[in-house]
Design a binder for this molecule. Sequence first.
Ligand code: DSN
Length: 428
Amino acid sequence: MKRDKLIFKLLDEEQQRQEEGIELIASENFVSRQVMEAAGSVATNKYAEGLPGKRYYGGCQVVDEIETIAIERAKQLFNAEWVNVQPHSGAQANAAVMLACLQPGDKILGFDLSHGGHLTHGSPVNFSGKLYEPHFYGVNKETGLVDYDQLKKVALAEKPKMIICGASAYSRDWDYEFIRKVADKVGALVLADISHPAGLIARGLLNDPLPHCHIVSTTTHKTLRGPRGGIIMMGKDFPNPFGQKTPKGEVKMMSAVLDMAVFPGTQGGPLEHIIAAKAVAFAEALSEDYMKYIVQVKKNAAAMAKSFVDRGYELISGGTDNHLMLIDLRNKNITGKAAENALVAADITVNKNMVPFDDKSPFVTSGIRVGTAAITTRGLKEKQMDLIVELIDAVIIDPENEPSLRKIRKRVHRLMESFPLYRQKGSD
Ligand code: DSN
């Protein structure tokens, strides 16, 4: 087969972009070579609809072993009784959970997207807001913290079938125990989507939702530092509350209902190459090296938040407990969109983000979201956080000054040259 020079040239360019720049998108990270190798392996060739030992195709004996190892490692990592490692993404994981637990038109209660929630938690432009009836809670305007009183009030008034907690732009921990108590009062199931802080939760640096929430979903590629994908877990399996029975007339366990909702409910063949890469990443996340890494992610975020506050930036909730922070730029007289564009011109990658009670559209926004998962993988520590904030500040103060942006870009490249990524010899 002729080499596809065009695509591989572009992939080289993408690698160069990743190597040279400062990656601050809170949902991104850099996987190890062995995770990438597994993701690019021969397992991509295999169809394996079904579960290990119960497939619809022959020749699954090897991928059965791989998927079983992935499941067992994920169970160990999160102290879960049951895990399905097949969801292709976090959105697919949430779609499967909702298919398993809800009927079209059922009420759901999620964290408002414009306050830091996620599209799949009931946004009207997403399946979750189109198929189900969404209701929302948000943050308190003064504190920037989740308004648990509002959550309870809406739950008691609306009696949703499912309460969803978790976020894509919230820098504080969650009170899962409280949410479960509210859910029990109204007969709702609780889904915790821990896609962002999964690595911090797995290694005990944040509250653990698994003992409290019925079902937990996560992506595998953010703080967890695995391949792009999703998983669904339960701390403890339970008989499904919807009366679904096995052909023998026994009440089906929730795990069986969720497995069916992944396949054949919402997906076809699982991506066994990605499942192999998930297995590698789960073993890495169980290691001492990862523990050091994830502790540093949190320390770096705290140091970066302090540097921003010291320079007069307004952080929603005033700081961070996890790997990210949400910055309201309204006192800096620049929109999220303009800040993102100017920062990208200096090879500092962030994303514009709505802030709670934003007066601008999602295409413009008043804020940016930054996170430390990716730069910590590159080896940056607290000392460099202050320098990064200094560079960001220099861009934001003078976003249209092209000669200044070029100079900052050079400083960015110089900094990152000292923290090589895949070009480092001998890196695994
Ligand atoms: N796009 C992801 C994020 O950036 O948080 C959520 O799906």
